[in-house]
Write a protein that binds this ligand. Structure first.
Ligand SMILES: [Zn+2]
Ligand SMILES: [Zn+2]
Length: 374
């Protein structure tokens, strides 16, 4: 397959959709089997504790059946046989390694881990949810799922998910040593007596105040902007676009955002609900989902709100910093969301960023960054 074919819109009956699905599910099946074999090295400890293993085995079996099925369908359509063959080979490899009845590997007490399980589960859940939303009510009707730069942002998605161990190590694990002086046992035990819903709301509001402050600093302090500009170099918005983040940005922002919950000592369930909600909303606000949510759009951050943040028109510069609550931007004078239209274009004015993930990682550290204009 020629490289430029990857960016061509997908059409039904060509065999490319079934071919890609077969390869994607086959790859995820192989990776899932490896997670079963080497849990200490490849899975996220906090997730591992809550897994329902029989359910995970059923999910893996379903992935393999669909991978093989889509592979066969590609052959029936009599097109793109190489895609179908690759998908079927990956399914056979997953079966060879043990398939859905693979033995769970021994404990090694690994010093670190790669978040392969988080990558598989988040990719499946996000793709299923957001591709459906983007197809049902698209904002840009003519934008294909595999739009230009989709694979570029996909690389960020993979990297940032696999590096979750490093993020957790740098963020959550170093937090106790850096901020232990902020802990007040009386405050924490009082906070834990509050109802879960109240704890969730307090965590959400305080996290978003921290998000607002760090996000605004990244726009207004020139040296920080060079890191954050990577995220703003996105020119086509969809659920995958939000993954484009400089490696160091999530390390700093996640630590800042979780700091109030850490000081307050929030209970596990409200904290988990916040993390799930924040992950879902991050995908939603970047997605090519055209629903405007009526009056709700003034209460919670929606695609319309965050698309304006990514706009490159003059009126869209340095606005809408909140991740969850637009009221913060109203309070601090940075709110901008015309009710009747979306931004005309997205990206960084002048396109100063280089192409490619590794070159974008180096961009903030370069004295005279290369000016590559599309
Ligand atoms: Zn921004
Ligand atoms: Zn964004």
């Amino acid at each position: 397959m020629r490289l430029d074919e990857r960016d061509r819109p997908l059409r039904m009956g060509e065999g490319r959709i079934s071919g890609y699905l077969s390869i994607a599910l086959g790859t995820l099946s192989v990776l899932a089997v490896l997670c079963f074999m080497f849990p200490d090295y490849l899975t996220t400890p906090s997730l591992r504790a809550g897994y329902n293993i029989p359910l995970m085995r059923k999910l893996l079996a379903a992935g393999m059946i669909f991978s093989a099925g889509f592979g066969v369908l590609t052959f029936i359509l009599n097109r793109q046989k190489r895609l179908g063959a690759l998908g079927i080979m990956l399914t056979l490899l997953a079966m060879y390694l043990g398939g859905s009845s693979v033995q769970v590997g021994p404990r090694y007490d690994a010093p670190g881990f790669i978040g392969l399980d988080w990558f598989i589960l988040d990719l499946l859940a996000s793709a299923a949810t957001f591709i459906a939303l983007e197809k049902i009510v698209p904002h840009k009707r003519d934008q294909p799922i595999l739009r230009p730069d989709f694979w570029h942002d996909g690389r960020y998605f993979i990297f940032n998910h696999l590096a979750i161990g490093i993020f957790l190590f740098l963020g959550v694990r170093t937090m106790p040593s850096l901020f232990s002086w902020t802990i007040n046992a009386d405050l924490q035990s009082w906070f834990r007596t509050l109802p879960g819903v109240v704890q969730f709301v307090v965590v959400l509001v305080t996290a978003d105040i921290m998000e607002y402050a760090t996000h605004r600093a990244m726009h207004e302090v020139p040296v920080l902007w060079r890191f954050h500009a990577v995220h703003h170099s996105v020119e086509r918005m969809d659920w995958m676009a939000g993954s484009r983040l400089h490696f160091l940005e999530p390390v700093v922002t996640r630590m800042a955002v979780m700091l109030p919950a850490f000081i307050l000592g929030a209970s596990d369930t409200p904290l988990l609900c916040y993390i799930v909600w924040a992950g879902f909303q991050a995908g939603l606000v970047h997605s090519n989902f055209g629903l405007e949510f009526g009056p709700l759009k003034y209460v919670v951050a929606t695609p319309l709100f965050h698309h304006w943040h990514h706009g490159s028109d003059r009126e869209a510069i340095d606005i809408n910093y909140a991740a969850h609550l637009p009221i913060l931007d109203r309070l601090f004078g940075t709110y901008h969301m015309p009710a009747d239209r979306w931004p005309a274009q997205y990206g960084v004015v002048g396109n100063p960023l280089p192409k490619g993930m590794w070159r974008q990682f180096l961009y903030p550290f370069q004295r005279t960054p290369t000016n590559i204009v599309d």
